[in-house]
Design a protein around this ligand. Structure first.
Ligand code: ATP
Ligand code: MG
Length: 570
């Protein structure tokens, strides 16, 4: 392609709303353009990158035996009511009505539509297993859309769904998809890690995320340097070093703690380490539209993992209670709450509460705390669970080595769904004995735009994007240094034509711009290599440089095309 004919709107300045490098570079390089918050146009060069990611995914999914379909983006509410998610999904689901007042949503994921499809056409175990996938635009009205393509509201996803007659068959397909995803991300030129994950809004029991390792990644991970254990912090477990509780004999005792509300203040004032403080939090939760409150106890040194709490309660939503609710339940403002003598409220304690021999906690009375509090003696410990955020340095749950904190970008997520959707939607097949059974299902997603953005986070330098070759919008650009020089123009044109004939995705920069401007643009966009036809032409030479290299190579004009082809293949 001749650049003079292309839409290639590179910018000099970073966009004002961009925080991370991929957002800045994708906009500045003219690959994407914002239309509204979290909603982007993919411009010609950007769409080439997107198509490359899609085609890598397509090739590997087809190779893995999955079949491509395309489902509608607009989904009738009826299907979502059948699965029960219409009531549960919350504000991320964009809902609307048509002219007849019928309700719809823009699909944020397509379990319902695909389950209805299987219900219509798959009736016998003989038709199983089956894996269907699509590459499609999704919409999620994210609370905090940001980082360009990384967390958009409208984004392209590859989503696949598999149907099985047996758990073993699901296990085998899950493994097949895991390996397929590994091939996809390796083919994209990404460094990634597979981690244990929480299943979130999708549901099911087992799930793993594919994380592209990047300093700016939104996801916090804990990884064991010794064994294979690694997990999203949302799901991570650890074995902290804790003492064995030796409960004290002394009775509880009130102590005045004027204005001492936080763990730090109380700990310093009473000269008690945070490990011995009982942190008392009040949470609001909702299950099937029923609202309730729960008191959550943790050691003062620990933080609550809200995902673990939500899963433990099997709630659709958990939120810290408002101060007024805290006052109503405990009789005191936050800061002086505690579990002792709390009337009629569910209390859930982190399991490490049991390691406290003699604790300190709020007395449910203003400016007052209690000393010598023994869990189980001074208040009932009916429900305990792992509710804390695991931290780096704590021991790996498998091998005991200290866990390390790293950051990643979630580009893919695979789930064993089980029968959650098929049971709710009565999607059944007949087994060998003619008995009707719900499909056992798996689902598998990849964020296409997020994968492209993640590639930029891993591959850039001070001048712009250094695309992994498999994703680069073009592989070579031929640049005549001085567009007024007819010899340079003619030689550039010839090299361009030969590369084109050899099947290279090549550009000719035929613009009437200064060479400096041309080079800057190509470096910013991340074209994999460049050939400059300039002064050296007088000696029968052209300059060549890979985007990932720092030095020019002088090539004899006669062999230039052959050498360039070899360099691009290396
Ligand atoms: P996150 O935890 O980042 O919100 P998720 O767990 O909600 O993601 P899934 O439902 O597993 O995401 O969706 C499958 C894939 O779609 C994700 O692995 C991710 O690559 C991509 N994805 C999800 N949300 C977005 C978004 N808002 N913008 C771009 N890609 C997204
Ligand atoms: Mg996820």
């Amino acid at each position: 392609m001749r650049i003079s004919k292309l839409l290639m709107p590179t910018l000099r300045e970073d966009p004002a709303d961009a925080e991370v490098i991929s957002h800045k570079l994708l906009v500045r390089a003219g690959l994407i353009q914002k239309t509204a918050v979290g909603i982007y146009n993919y411009l010609p060069f950007g769409y080439r990158v997107i198509r490359k990611v899609e085609n890598i995914i397509r090739a590997e999914m087809n190779r893995a035996g999955a079949q491509e379909v395309l489902l509608p983006a607009v989904v009738p509410a009826e299907l979502w009511r059948e699965s029960g998610r219409w009531a549960k999904y919350g504000k991320e689901l964009l809902r609307f009505k048509d002219r007849k007042e019928a309700e719809y949503c823009l699909g944020p994921t397509h379990e319902e539509v695909i389950t209805a499809l299987a219900r219509a056409f798959v009736h016998s175990y003989k038709q199983l297993p089956l894996n269907l996938y699509q590459i499609q635009t999704k919409f999620r009205d994210e609370l905090r859309p940001r980082f360009g393509l990384m967390r958009g509201r409208e984004f392209i996803m590859k989503d696949a769904y598999s149907f099985h007659a047996t758990q073993e068959s699901l296990d085998a397909e899950y493994q097949n998809m895991r390996e397929t995803y590994c091939r996809i991300f390796a083919a994209c030129g990404l460094q990634y890690k597979v981690v244990q994950a929480d299943s979130g809004n999708i549901g099911g029991s087992v799930s793993q995320e594919f994380m592209v390792l990047a300093e700016n990644g939104e996801d916090a991970l804990l990884a064991c340097p010794q064994c294979a254990y690694s997990a999203n912090v949302e799901a991570a477990q650890s074995r902290p070093d804790t003492p064995v509780a030796v409960p004290v004999k002394e009775k509880m005792q009130e102590v005045s703690t004027p204005d001492k509300k936080t763990i730090e203040e109380v700990s310093a004032f009473l000269k008690t380490p945070p490990e011995n403080l009982l942190k008392t939090l009040v949470y609001y939760y909702k299950i099937n539209e029923r609202e309730n409150y729960v008191v959550v106890l943790l050691r003062g040194c620990d933080q609550l993992n809200e995902v673990k709490l939500k899963n433990y309660l099997q709630a659709d939503l958990v939120l810290p209670a408002e101060d007024s609710a805290v006052l109503k339940i405990t009789g005191v403002e936050p800061g002086f709450c505690g579990p002792v003598a709390l009337p009629d409220v569910r209390i859930v304690a982190d399991e490490l509460i049991k390691t406290i021999s003699s604790g300190v906690t709020g007395a449910n009375k203003k400016d007052t705390h209690l000393l010598n509090v023994v869990p189980g003696r001074d208040f009932a410990l009916k429900e305990t669970a792992d509710l804390r955020l695991a931290r780096s340095g704590e021991k790996c749950p498998h091998c005991g080595a200290p866990l390390q904190a790293i950051r990643g970008i979630e580009v893919g997520h695979i789930f064993k769904l089980g029968t959650k959707y098929s049971e709710a939607m009565q999607a059944m097949y007949l087994d060998q004995n003619g008995t009707a059974k719900p499909f056992i299902m798996g689902c598998y997603g990849i964020g296409v735009g997020r994968t492209a953005a993640a590639a930029v986070e891993q591959h850039f330098d001070a001048n712009g994007i250094v695309w992994p070759p498999a994703l680069a919008p073009y592989h070579c650009v031929v640049i005549p240094a001085n567009a007024q020089e007819s010899a340079q123009l003619a030689a550039a044109e010839k090299i361009y034509q030969e590369l084109l004939a050899a099947g290279v995705e090549v550009l000719l920069d035929d613009r009437e711009e200064r060479i400096g401007v041309k080079l800057k643009d190509m470096e910013l966009i991340g074209i994999s290599s460049r050939v400059v036809v300039g002064k050296a032409l007088a000696e029968g030479k052209v300059e060549f440089r890979l985007r990932s290299a720092t030095d020019n190579e002088l090539l004899p004009l006669a062999d230039a095309v052959q050498i360039i082809l070899a360099r691009l293949q290396a």
